[in-house]
Ligand binder design. Structure first.
Ligand code: GLY
Length: 302
């Protein structure tokens, strides 16, 4: 069975943004599935699905990302292939339109796994990855949000997360192709008004992303500071390894660990090595969509 699951963030998505989130994950799924269903690779499908969401201003990834305390967009992304345990990631990178493609380029270079800041931008320029201005990534919606936050006296992201209200529209995808190869990826602009240089779970292999052909793949969303502490993606992979390969149970048990140990919030998408999909979230909403070769029609919900 070949499968693709995508997410567009786990948080308290407001009613007026629900339709855009659903349409966004559906478009990402369609683009990824167009590759996977024609015999394309899991890595290609994951990259393509995430690029679609990075280009969609609805989500906190690529264009439309949250703006940091210094008024800049800094992006994080990672991708992992479970075939040969290859991985690539970027953190706090600026001026890159699709950080997931930069992460993939780093993965394929087979020399480094994680590049940050100016080094990541330099690598993008040297390897033909599309660069852009800050203005190309900043939308009016996020500029308004940033200005509103600057006007507040005590904006503390940590406290806001506890109310599950902070938007974390991190996007992600996990796929298995017809050769049994698993891939997963994540991309995000991080949290609103983050400290410059702040890095969340998304670019950290094992925290935001993990893939192992023998077990499956995972991508996470939510409060990065808590997801990092429990090494969320690898924890779910290990749970799946020890529960007979049940991705739903593993995702749910992973979230229980997150809550028990960190009081964290978020969402998890997982695929096992047979193509079965599991999704769990403890936020009011999570934008998500999936399809397998055994389904008559894709599923999407927010
Ligand atoms: N989960 C995305 C972040 O915290 O940056």
């Amino acid at each position: 069975m070949i499968s693709l699951v995508v997410h567009g963030g786990a948080w308290d998505i407001p009613d007026d943004l629900v339709d855009a989130h659903k349409a966004g994950v559906q478009a990402a799924l369609k683009a990824g599935w167009a590759i996977l269903s024609k015999g394309g690779t899991a890595v290609d499908a994951v990259e393509r699905a995430i690029m679609v969401m990075e280009d969609d201003e609805t989500f906190d990834a690529g264009t439309g990302s949250f703006i940091n305390m210094a008024g800049e967009v800094e992006l994080d992304a990672s991708i992992m292939s479970g075939k040969k345990f290859q991985a690539g990631a970027v953190a706090s990178v600026q001026h890159v339109k699709n950080p997931i493609s930069l992460a993939r380029k780093i993965m394929e270079g087979n020399e480094h796994i994680l590049l940050v800041g100016m080094g990541a931008t330099r690598f993008a320029k040297e390897h033909g990855i599309k660069t852009c201005s800050q203005d190309d990534l900043i939308t009016n919606r996020e500029l308004d949000r940033w200005r509103e936050i600057q006007g507040r006296k005590n904006f503390i992201t940590k406290d806001a997360f506890r109310r599950k209200k902070v938007p974390v529209d991190t996007v992600g995808a996990v796929a298995i192709d017809n050769h049994g190869n698993v891939a997963s990826g994540a991309s995000t602009g991080g949290t609103p008004n983050k400290y410059p240089g702040r890095v969340g779970d998304s670019p950290l292999i094992g925290c935001g992303t993990y893939a192992d052909n023998e077990i499956g793949g995972v991508s996470t969303s939510g409060w990065g500071e808590s997801l990092i502490k429990v090494v969320m993606a690898k924890t779910v992979i290990d749970l799946m390894d020890h529960n007979g390969g049940d991705p739903e149970q593993a995702a749910e048990d992973g979230l229980k660990i997150l809550v028990r140990k960190t009081e964290g919030y978020g969402g998890i998408i997982a695929v096992n090595n047979k193509g079965r999909i599991g999704i769990a979230f403890n936020t009011p909403r999570m934008a998500r969509a999936y399809v397998t070769s055994e389904m008559r029609a894709p599923f999407a919900a927010t």
